[in-house]
Design a protein around this ligand. Sequence first.
Ligand SMILES: Cc1cc2nc3c(=O)[nH]c(=O)nc-3n(C[C@H](O)[C@H](O)[C@H](O)COP(=O)(O)OP(=O)(O)OC[C@H]3O[C@@H](n4cnc5c(N)ncnc54)[C@H](O)[C@@H]3O)c2cc1C
Length: 478
Amino acid sequence: MTSSRRDSLNASSSEPLPVVIIGNGPSGICLSYLLSGHLPYVRPGAVHPYPLLQRKLAESPGVSILDQDLDYLSEGLEGRSQSPVALLFDALLRPDTDLGGNMDSVLAWKQQKERAIPHLVLGRNPPGGAWHSIEGSMVTLSQGQWMGLPDLQVKDWMRKKRRGLRNSRATAGDIAHYYRDYVTKKGLSQNFVSGAVVTAVEQETLEHDGSATQVPRPLFRVSGFLTTKNQSRQPFSLWARNVVLATGTLDSPARLGIPGETLPFVHHDLSALEAALRMGTVNSTSDPVLIVGAGLSAADAVLFAHHYNIPVIHAFRRSVHDPGLVFNQLPKMLYPEYHKVHQMMREQSILSPSPYVGYRSLPEHQPLLFKDDLQAVFRDPQGGQHLFGVSLVLVLIGSYPDLSYLPGAGTDLATDPEQPVSPKRNPIDVDPFTYESTRQEGLYALGPLAGDNFVRFVQGGALAAASSLLRKETRKPP
Ligand SMILES: Cc1cc2nc3c(=O)[nH]c(=O)nc-3n(C[C@H](O)[C@H](O)[C@H](O)COP(=O)(O)OP(=O)(O)OC[C@H]3O[C@@H](n4cnc5c(N)ncnc54)[C@H](O)[C@@H]3O)c2cc1C
């Protein structure tokens, strides 16, 4: 981030910005790229493999996708996302990827500075969002090419860095590095303020557009603090006509809600295991690490511990055969390491010991209590209680978005306003072709907050929001 950006935030300007984006992960970065005047056009001579889409694209040659009717273009597309615009943008960027192909994007990007919309991207961490919090050596679930942002393929970036994909997938560390580089390479740095934490977004309606008709438009005050090198906090406050919520879901780990969960040896983040390993609190001869959960983060923790020969007890609520278990949904060929974990979960249960030294699973076991003498108490499916000595506990059972910076933690914006926002069950209710909140004009939501859970698909939300913001800020094509 440039010092001038930090300075302008320090000055807490009263002049409203057209757009403030909160969150600097893939969603915020992709939107910043589009708002910086990078416009997608169909590459001359490109032919899309989907005939219906090709026919529609051919109807408006020379018109940027951002200026076309996204509803019309995306109609009839099918795929692994519920969002029509996510499917559209993905089909334009990776035309035949779901057919197993590797065809180049049908898009060509042109920078038209006169169409850029001034904006700021505020983020707690360096650009890259959640990817700076995921253990760097972990291999992504998605193929490397699905982690890329517009006009910079991950494989090309990796080649330049002399890095390689593993089984066509990248490490989380490489992906975090790629996102940071993307911001620099695409000349977006001046829009990014890292170390900026937003604590409040308040809405006011002002008659401020100066026109004769005086249509009231919402105005938002965005406040928070900047963290400085010496860890002090400098408050800031600025005004924005539009606010984009792109803060992801990684900030509030889910809790079991049982006694002892706040004891110092109980953690909710994989990095605690890495730290304990570095400090020597856990090793191959220590008591086992207890890992609670049966999702991919828990599997990553099991793999990490296994790699360092740290003994593990792995407890989870579901049966190993439950079709809802993520391992039962992943193709074996693509994810051999997760299938290894699933195999261990099945074969090395407490009831039927087998060959994996240092690993024991407790399927359908419910944690009841953690005791301060490093003991964990469980209830088995028959109601019996078991006690285990442990060196450390990792509770990895998912996370929730932290929307405490919104009035009522954003519940009013959710699809079901009676329930808290949840990416899978109760996302923020947005218009599918603009990603603007259906409840609050001027407020947009992207990524998991709007129900899009993979990097490949969060970019469609950015396209929809950019198209809407371009239209709203009345910067029509010449
Ligand atoms: C362990 C793990 C593995 C994953 N593997 C894959 C995978 O293989 N493939 C895939 O496609 N997806 C994967 N995902 C999901 C992927 O991380 C998300 O879909 C993606 O990062 C969402 O992007 P985003 O920009 O919307 O949010 P995020 O990447 O979460 O970024 C949001 C950023 O906003 C910041 N922020 C939050 N609140 C504030 C605030 N108040 N003020 C300032 N900043 C704030 C956060 O700190 C964060 O840095 C994985 C997720 C996890 C946790």
